[in-house]
Design a protein around this ligand. Sequence first.
Ligand SMILES: Cc1cc2nc3c(=O)[nH]c(=O)nc-3n(C[C@H](O)[C@H](O)[C@H](O)COP(=O)(O)O)c2cc1C
Ligand SMILES: [Mn+2]
Length: 484
Amino acid sequence: MNNQPSLQAAYDLRVFLDEVRSLGELKEIPGAHWHLEIGALTELFAEETRTPALLFDDIPDYPKGRRVLSNVLYSPARQALALGVAPELRGIPLVLEIKRRLAEMKLLPPTEVKSAPVLQNVVAGSAVDVGKFPAPQWHEKDGGRYIGTFDAVISRDPDSGYVNVGTYRVQMHDANTVGLWMIPGKHGNLIAQKYWSQGKDCPFLIACGVPPAMLLASSLGVPWGVSEYDFLGGLLGEPMAVVRSELTGLPMPANAEIVLEGFAPPPERQSHPEGPFGEWPGYYASGTIDRPVVQISAIYHRDDPIITGDPPLKTYLNTDMYKYVRSANIWSSMERAGIPEVRGVWFPRQGRFVVVVAIKQRYPGHPRQVGHGVLATRDGGRDTRMIIVVDDDIDITNFNEVMWAVATRWDPKRQSEIVQVPASDLNPTVTAAERESGDMVSSCQIIDACRPFATRDAFPPTSSITPEYRAEVMQRWGHLFGAK
Ligand SMILES: Cc1cc2nc3c(=O)[nH]c(=O)nc-3n(C[C@H](O)[C@H](O)[C@H](O)COP(=O)(O)O)c2cc1C
Ligand SMILES: [Mn+2]
């Protein structure tokens, strides 16, 4: 199949790390402390233009080999490896490839295996101690150590039997108790509520060291009722291998690094203060609250296991990795809604809050309609602060180009619209009163930075070289510019 390299790296963190090392994108760091140092180095390296993956070993208080991996997917090549896509694909061609796969894919359930790397070590009963793993305290004001940030929390809907996988943060409370924060409405939360409403404990597997492809699938927002396992198998074209736990019957990734298994009692029976935690837009927004816990009964782990971590940072540092799939989803949604001539959808590095769309204008009001079209999608509709619509001569993957269009084609008074959008708990502009009353909205500006449709022919032409002449000159003079 086209653009389909080996999936071993996508499904096994060890193979992935070998490939990342050979690409020169792995930094191995001995000796950094789990208390703040690993978190600080993660942030400092995320500020670099080329951010390597960081593999921390020789962590104080822990035997060599018990490692933490951060900045896992912060490069186009590493994201491509995780998706089983050719690493040369970048920008809009990569969005298009993902859009094509999403349109063509069929769900593919995982295959069950009996022996697996994750079963190399099985710890149960009184030997269980989550403190045996070097979970970092990531940010200074965090309420404790988080073993689960880039994790995969697995549960089963008791009615339909479908298996959900979601990334939810997990705090270490004591040797066999962890805290779990699942935002209301998230599938893991809906499932747990079903057990709790009958007074039952909800079984969970918490994978804290996760194969790269699973990291993406468990945080992307697959619809309710569709298992992220089946979705991933379909997207990559090959089923994932899982082993079924004897205790809960839940399937865990065969190549997971560490899996905690346990039961979450109804919160009215047991809960524990959780947080604060430095959250994803770059703030401690939600404070310390009594939240559900999971009582850990067993731990499965590979030899020398690796915790995968992704502490939230300012959004421009680390929300980049979802933009390809989200852009593809928004683009497809607009197509389905009959909005014509979308030529590209992109999230600039600022992350989820700003969406840029390129169109070939067909009628007056087309850019405005595109703005509302983005807001009408799942991936573009919440917390969005700004939607910038530009003509298709603008390279939307280059934010300087986008800002040039805004600065020269946008009249703020005539070409703007401000609308209300749903906001999430972690949106820092939601006021305390709104939070209290549950009226969670924020506002978004639609910026129509296209040449006005009616007068577009009278708009001054650009002095920039045409794409055709650019290509011709690069044919002859490309060597002057080195590899690009
Ligand atoms: C690094 C990272 C950390 C996340 N942490 C949380 C979290 O602590 N709680 C939560 O509810 N969602 C969190 N999310 C968002 C969910 O993973 C995401 O909404 C996912 O779709 C949830 O799965 P579900 O749709 O099956 O509920 C996080 C996402 C990422 C990428
Ligand atoms: Mn789900």
